[in-house]
Design a protein around this ligand. Structure first.
Ligand code: FES
Length: 332
């Protein structure tokens, strides 16, 4: 169950970005501003057919196409990109086939689990396909503040390049590296060489399809990229990930002074729900961070895809992670 605040928005404009990707611009039904958000944020979209999916916001509120400002206080509209997945379980197909301009749809307020890190001296943004959406907003925010960054965009061809118009913004051009699988071989990016040749305190942000994420993570591992400087935004848990079952264990709730058993076929969230403690959830796959609570992270078998190495010492994503041993202590 998600405890996010829900907004009703109008689908202001639908535009085709690539053969597979549509951009949806969402605005307030009565023309008011929408809540502001940070680059990297996403919303839950509740769509026809009862589906709910998360989509990153593809434009930073201070970007030139909005009201130019380095400290925007609201957003005139939200833009999301939706790729029609061949193996769609209904979500992307619903957006592509059933949502039309002028429709009213429900969304959550923006939430950011993929923020820019203030401590970074340089930001390396790696976008694969539709994974461009959060990273485009991040690039716009970094350009506006004059930060040091590189935006690497990987796509099959020019025709498959989403938000190409935004990428042509002169503020982004000096920072952009484009890798087209079907393009000029001399412009292709050697991932391992790129990651090996890094300036001190570079933070790496990655978003894209599963194969792309794996390729970047493998290259990062081969170049000893520091775990705390690697930030990922997954669309879905990798197909071989088990986020729901495991050995039984006990949750020890330090603040309440009680214990709660978690069965082998239960998640910690389910077990807590049974005793009347509702933890907010959204993705339920370890991706979004909604269910993260403070606890003995050292004693957890972490199965999420959203916490950094440092965060995992004191936080646990309860929709998927379990105890390493028989007991997991939480600050609940
Ligand atoms: S609900 Fe998304 S990480 Fe747990």
């Amino acid at each position: 169950m998600s405890l996010e605040r829900t907004l009703t928005v109008r689908v202001e404009r639908i535009s085709r970005e690539t053969p597979e990707i549509l951009a949806f611009e969402l605005s307030h039904p009565w023309g008011r501003a929408l809540p502001v958000y940070e680059a990297g944020a996403h919303i839950d979209v509740h769509m026809p057919g009862g589906f709910s999916r998360q989509y990153s916001l593809a434009r930073w509120p201070g970007a030139p196409s909005n009201t130019p400002s380095n400290t925007p206080s609201n957003a005139p509209s939200y833009v999301i990109g939706v790729k029609r997945e061949v193996a769609s379980r209904g979500g992307s197909a619903s957006m592509h086939e059933r949502v039309r301009e002028g429709d009213l749809i429900a969304i959550s307020t923006p939430r950011n689990t993929f923020p820019l890190r203030e401590e970074a001296a340089h930001h390396l943004l790696m976008a694969g396909g539709i994974g461009m959406t959060p990273l485009l907003a991040m690039a716009q925010a970094l350009a506006a503040r004059g930060a040091s960054f590189t935006l690497c965009v990987f796509a099959r061809s020019e025709a498959h390049l989403a938000f190409a118009g935004a990428l042509r913004d002169p503020a982004l051009a000096p920072h952009l590296r484009l890798h087209l699988d079907q393009g000029d071989a001399s412009q292709r990016i050697d991932l391992q060489a790129l990651l090996a040749d890094r300036a001190p305190d570079t933070h790496l942000y990655v978003c894209g399809p599963g194969g792309f994420m794996k390729a970047v993570r493998d290259a990062a591992a081969k170049t000893d990229w520091p775990e705390d400087a690697l930030h990922t935004e997954y669309f879905a848990a990798p197909t071989d990930a088990n986020t729901t079952t495991g050995l039984p264990f006990t949750l020890k709730l330090a603040q309440r002074g009680i214990t709660v058993p978690v069965a082998a076929d239960q998640t910690a969230v389910d077990a807590l729900h049974e005793v009347g403690i509702d933890i907010p959830v959204s993705c339920q796959q370890g991706l979004c961070g909604t269910c993260v609570v403070e606890g003995d992270g050292e004693g957890a078998e972490h199965r999420d895809f959203c916490l950094t190495g440092t965060e995992r010492r004191s936080k646990v994503a309860l929709c998927c992670s379990r105890a390493k041993g028989l007991e997991l202590v939480l600050q609940l």
